[in-house]
Design a protein around this ligand. Structure first.
Ligand code: NAD
Ligand code: UDP
Length: 337
């Protein structure tokens, strides 16, 4: 009986796969490598001592995807695959709706056909829109401001609907806050295509000398230093949350929804300072105007996950920065080295 990990060659997926293999799970990865490298599979083997079965398939190719279920006994699915760049989703909404929604529908229909009952879904704090207050609780109102976020909310709604009619289905909706960091070995990590949109990979590219300086998007927010505040969480903590959720689902939980964050909010300037300490270099920056669609503050209340899953983030900001830096400095060209 295997756990099928969609998008398992990607950033969060690869870290989760290693933890699953280390817990003696039988893991199968499906990934079309549209945003990842085949080398990740080698490094997963290097780090875990086990090589997961790998299907290089685009989930949208339904017949090929179904073959995975014909050839293997799938017990649970962790669904990471999807497009994730907010700005790109505004320019290419149809590509986002097609890839994120249609692939999820194909997976859910295939699960039904093959009687698979456990499904973990990568949602995002973006479904809270501009939250009324922080920390954010799971029952806060949901809304979105861009097509990427809308795909996440639509999928959440689909999952809530299907769980109403199929009482044997166990679904974990995990709302990630801001994943950063990398495996402690420095062998796998985040490698965005082109110029990064997210703060941490942008800072690491400045530190390595690939980008000149960081632009800080606004210093006039109602936060402790005027720059935007987010809940950065180590990718290893996030990965651990998936294993805990899987255990919960296997006990017939039905539908469960959890915030995965640390509960701490750090500003952009806090991040620059912490990263400078980790890499031993100044990070040059300038303050520019606000980025359209940004919110001032976003951090989680993750007590529900603590209470119901026994999960809690362990790694602090210094460790997140040290691990991000180790990955970036050991792999200045990502997986191309
Ligand atoms: P990632 O891009 O590194 O990983 C996603 C993987 O899915 C990639 O390896 C890509 O090649 C694959 N993929 C995409 N479409 C596919 C398809 N149709 N068929 C097969 N494979 C496909 O992204 P990540 O950062 O690891 O994020 C994983 C999930 O978590 C995504 O759903 C993302 O939206 C969600 N999420 C990410 C963040 C973040 O900041 N990284 C925050 C919240 C939620
Ligand atoms: N940010 C920034 N410069 C950048 C990228 C991000 O100042 O080049 C800020 C952004 O305005 C926000 C925070 O860093 O306050 C986190 O942004 P990111 O895109 O990483 O995450 P999200 O906004 O999706 O939570």
């Amino acid at each position: 009986m295997a756990v099928l990990v969609t998008g398992g060659a990607g950033y969060i997926g690869s870290h989760t796969v290693i933890q699953l293999l280390n817990s003696n799970e039988d893991v199968i990865i499906v990934d079309d490598l549209s945003n990842s490298s085949i080398k990740v599979i080698d490094r997963i083997e290097e780090l875990s001592g086990k090589r997961p079965k790998f299907y290089e398939i685009n989930i949208l190719e339904e017949n090929k995807f179904k073959k995975i279920f014909e050839e293997n006994e799938i017990e649970s699915i962790i669904h990471f695959a999807g497009f994730k760049a907010v700005g790109e989703s505004v320019n290419k909404p149809l590509a986002y709706y097609t890839n994120n929604l249609v692939s999820t529908l194909i997976i859910l229909n295939t699960m039904k056909e093959y009687n698979v009952k456990n499904f973990v879904f990568s949602s995002s704090a973006t479904v809270y829109g501009d939250p009324k207050s922080c920390p954010i609780l799971e029952d806060f109102p949901l809304s979105t401001t861009n097509p990427y976020g809308t795909t996440k909310l639509m999928i959440e709604n689909i999952l809530r609907d299907i769980c109403k009619t199929d009482k044997k289905l166990n679904v974990g909706i995990l709302r990630y806050f801001n994943p950063v960091g990398a495996h402690k070995s420095g062998r796998i990590g985040e490698e965005p295509n082109g110029i990064p949109n997210n703060l941490m990979p942008y800072i690491t590219k400045v530190a390595i000398g690939k980008l000149e300086k960081l632009s800080i998007f606004g210093d006039d927010y109602a936060t402790h230093d005027g720059t935007g505040v987010r809940d950065y969480i180590h990718v290893e903590d996030l990965a651990a949350g998936h294993l805990k959720t899987l255990t919960k689902l296997r006990n017939n939980s039905g539908l469960v929804t959890y915030n995965l964050g640390t509960g701490k909010g750090y500003s952009v300037l806090d991040m620059v300072k912490a990263f400078s300490k980790a890499c031993g270099k100044e990070i040059p920056y300038s303050i520019v105007g606000r980025r359209a669609g940004d919110i001032a503050m976003c951090y989680a209340d993750s007590n529900k996950a603590k209470k119901e899953l026994g999960w809690e983030a362990k790694y602090d900001l210094d460790r997140m920065c040290e691990d991000s830096w180790r990955w970036q400095s050991n792999n200045p060209n990502g997986y191309e080295d």
